[in-house]
Design a protein around this ligand. Structure first.
Ligand code: LLP
Length: 418
């Protein structure tokens, strides 16, 4: 398969497919999110071909990047969707997804959200508690339309993710249903005319680089699936969730081929359909956040590079101590390298993009590219400090599409009652 190199550097200058990143900023302003659709497609195809031996639905995890232009492109590739809110459902429908390829996760679905998803006919609700199951049954009865369900298992597995906030499979997390409650709940669900048991689900965390915890989670859910089926309860699918890690520091991401080699034969022998919910793996490497250097300031023993983008554009460094490579858009080889903090303009000490980072010393007006920002970047952006959220641009070969315009001052006041 042709490997699409994300954001290549040619003669010292960063490109996004066939466009100079500096030209994109000249046209659309800074800070700016830039996504390369070719890189998204390559990542999607890589998972698709690794798992080709299974009957698979790739349900893209919309929370990673929910821009409509990206959703439309993923839909065109044949993706389904993993959603966690009515808002994400709304986006998926607007992007042309077929509801029958949509699974709905989340510990706090409201009855209004359940109703909306039932009405359009989604593939399944991944249910996370007994009370939620009962509520879904009530909603389905009211609507006269049985609700398709899978139970999300909490396998009590601690996956080695870079931050505790992105682990979801351990017994102490709010997600999923404890293993010892699963069988009883399937029995109960199977007895309800308003519920249709469809599958079994697990998701152990996010940014996982090692296939090993998936192997353990799979073994658990397949054992449970066998027990459920032994009760005469039919299952169509096993959903293994997402969490496939990418290389933020230039290392390899999760070997999806290695994972598939373990998962595909085991799932195939059960005859179950396999659902995967990757988000970050598909869009992470395909995006950069470009930000302009406003000032360089020296304070005490430190050097601060103050940029026009910060935690309001990309919260991962401050919220998860997430590491993102930062590079000059136009490299100055002659520049000295220094240890700096790259900080945003927001009035918080926790507002930084990098700390104690060796960087080619930039000058006022230089552009920096924050790498691997395609996932959990713009979607977690905020208007804190009454900042306007940035524009998003999608490049595809020579094509450049403004996928979201920069917010205006009036956008900031929208919805408020003067
Ligand atoms: N499925 C479920 C049920 C999930 O909760 C998630 C992510 C995914 C799939 C997709 O995970 P992915 O393949 O993208 O790793 N904001 C954090 C990540 C939060 C992930 C939440 N759930 C970050 O920036 O690292």
């Amino acid at each position: 398969m042709a490997v699409t190199q994300p954001f290549p550097r040619i003669d010292g200058e960063l490109w996004a497919a066939e466009s100079r990143v500096a030209d994109l900023v000249a046209e659309f302003g800074s800070p700016l999110y830039v996504y390369d659709a070719g890189v998204i497609e390559a990542a999607y195809r890589r998972i698709e071909s690794a798992f080709a031996g299974a009957d698979i639905l790739l349900a893209y995890s919309v929370k990673a990047n929910s821009n409509l232009e990206i959703l439309k492109r993923l839909r065109a590739l044949g993706a389904g969707a993993d959603i966690v809110s009515q808002g994400e459902l709304h986006r998926c429908l607007a992007a042309g997804f077929s509801p029958s390829d949509v699974v709905f996760a989340g510990v706090g679905k409201t009855e209004v959200e359940m109703e909306a998803a039932l009405e359009v006919g989604i593939l399944a609700f991944n249910v996370e508690s007994a009370e939620e199951l009962q509520a879904l049954g009530r909603v389905a009865e009211r609507l006269g339309r049985p609700a398709p369900v899978a139970l999300r298992v909490n396998p009590d597995i601690v996956a080695d993710t870079p931050h505790e906030y992105t682990r979801t499979g351990d017994g102490a997390s709010k997600f999923g249903i404890p293993v010892d409650r699963i069988l009883d709940l399937y029995r109960w669900a199977a007895d309800q005319p308003s519920l249709e048991v469809r599958g079994i689900d697990v998701h152990i965390g996010s940014q996982i680089l090692d296939p090993e915890p998936y192997t353990r989670a799979l073994a658990q859910v397949l054992d449970l699936a066998a027990e459920v089926r032994a009760e005469g309860i039919d299952l169509d699918f096993v959903d293994l969730g997402g969490g496939f890690g990418v290389g933020y520091e230039g290392e390899d991401g999760l070997s999806v081929e290695g994972l598939a080699a373990i998962v595909v034969p085991r799932v195939a022998e059960t005859g179950l359909r396999l659902i995967l919910e990757p988000g970050r793996f598909i869009v992470g490497q395909a995006g950069i956040l470009v930000t302009k250097v406003l000032y360089v300031k020296h304070s005490g023993s430190k050097t601060f590079v103050v940029t026009d983008g910060g935690m309001t554009e990309l919260i991962r460094p401050s919220h998860y101590q997430g590491f993102h490579r930062i590079e000059p858009v136009i490299s100055r080889e002659e520049a000295v390298r220094e240890v700096v903090d790259v900080v945003g303009p927001i009035c918080e000490t926790g507002d930084f993009l990098a700390r104690d980072r060796v960087l080619q010393m930039p000058a006022q007006g230089d552009l920096l590219a924050v790498q691997t920002a395609g996932a959990y970047g713009f979607v977690m952006a905020s208007n804190y400090n009454s900042r306007r959220r940035p524009a998003e641009v999608v490049v595809n070969g020579t094509e450049v599409t403004l996928a979201r315009r920069r917010e205006t001052l009036d956008d900031l006041l929208r919805g408020e009652i003067p």
